[in-house]
Design a protein around this ligand. Structure first.
Ligand code: ARG
Length: 282
């Protein structure tokens, strides 16, 4: 047996290179407070944010991803969190409509980018924060609500994509977007294809998750508190917060290859790896 052979019982995972959209944090700072992580009175270091973000960007390139960039706009410090810029599936981009005015102009800015890149854009009617709250597993879109995206946006998703949409209710203000409490490890689906933080969901949503993902990873509070779940997977390689050490071990035990990155500066805005990443699906 060679060292590259997987140990007995550990599944073999398959990587599929992704196409993603990112936004350089040139104007990143924390100047307002729209989630419990943000403390405008504390200083931020934009050049450190840029260096840390650059590592994530290089990591994706090294994984063979096709990484697109949208120009950052001065005065929109949260634009780096590209996941909130919309939801893109089947070549159709459902635009974002932000809950807070501070981020409002990001919606049209991202829609302009989608149009210019050849996506069909659907203007949003309901409040929704894009892939921050909508995550595809198999043929089902799991959609968060409770803090940001309105449940009515889930109906819009159903109408636009003709897919099953499962509403999940978030109850802990620190985990205000679905992608802070739920990670897709294998977008093809299956009983062990996700990880989540059980206490971030209401009872009904937790029951749905237990039924659909009986072998999911449940992360601990420490890993959740560094936004460990806010990760991005190609099906085998899972880019995670370097500080989420237990999650890293859980991933290895299940045959995934965790890749830790340090986005401590962007954590000051309440975001991590996934927040900086919007998947583009033609
Ligand atoms: N400061 C941003 C906000 O509160 C962070 C967004 C994080 N994005 C995410 N996909 N979870 O809106």
């Amino acid at each position: 047996m060679t060292l590259t052979q997987p140990a007995a019982g550990i599944p073999v995972r398959t990587a599929t290179a992704r196409t993603v959209l990112m936004c350089r944090p040139e104007h990143f700072t924390v100047s307002y407070r729209i989630n419990p992580w943000m403390h405008p009175e504390a200083p931020t270091d934009t050049s450190l944010a840029l260096r840390q973000w650059e590592v994530l960007y290089r990591t994706y390139l090294d994984l063979g991803f096709d990484v697109h960039l949208v120009d950052p706009i001065a005065g929109l410090p949260d634009m780096v969190y590209a996941a909130n810029g919309g939801y893109v599936l089947d070549g159709v981009a459902y635009g974002a409509r932000f809950q807070f005015d501070e981020r409002g102009p990001e919606g049209p800015a991202y829609m302009d980018w989608f149009r210019a890149d050849g996506f069909e854009v659907r203007e949003p009617v309901s409040t929704n924060e894009g892939e921050g709250d909508f995550l595809l597993v198999g043929e089902t879109i799991y959609a968060g609500t409770g803090f940001r995206s309105d449940a009515a946006s889930h109906d819009e998703l159903r109408r636009i994509y003709g897919r099953e949409v499962v509403t999940l209710k978030l109850v802990d203000p620190s985990f205000y977007h679905l992608d802070t409490a739920f990670a897709v490890l294998d977008s093809r689906g299956g009983p062990d294809s996700v990880a989540y933080l059980p206490k971030a969901f209401d009872d009904a949503s937790r029951a749905i998750l237990e039924e659909r993902f009986p072998q999911a990873i449940h992360v601990n509070d420490e890993d959740a508190a560094v936004l460990g779940l806010n990760s991005f997977s190609d099906g085998r390689n899972v880019v995670i917060a370097a500080r989420a050490v237990d999650f890293e071990r859980q991933l290895r035990e299940r045959g995934f290859t965790p890749i830790g990155v340090d986005l401590s500066e962007l954590l000051l805005g309440g975001g991590g790896v996934k927040c900086c990443t919007l998947e583009l699906r033609r």
